[in-house]
Design a protein around this ligand. Structure first.
Ligand SMILES: [Zn+2]
Length: 81
């Protein structure tokens, strides 16, 4: 006779809407309460954010290059007048 209640080995992941092994889960505290979310989905978001940041830096560098290129052309036009 065992009164021991075994904890379920999985948790419901609100992000994937499925169950994952509890070792892969993280308890997040939100305004509306605590929620279990898998580490994989958290890392995927972090990775995609890094990629977005990198993309943003590339875009702003390209914009800067374009702006300085335009400034050169404008200077050239003005000096030719
Ligand atoms: Zn998940």
């Amino acid at each position: 006779m065992s009164a021991e209640k075994k904890e379920p080995a999985t948790r419901y992941c609100y992000h994937c809407r499925t169950h994952h092994p509890v070792e892969e889960m993280k308890l997040l505290i939100t305004k509306t309460g605590s929620r279990w979310r898998c580490v994989k989905s958290i890392e995927a978001v972090r990775r995609s954010k890094d990629e977005r940041d990198q993309y943003g830096r590339q875009v702003s560098a390209a914009n800067q290059a374009e702006a300085s290129g335009r400034a050169r052309i404008l200077n050239k036009i003005q000096s030719e007048k």
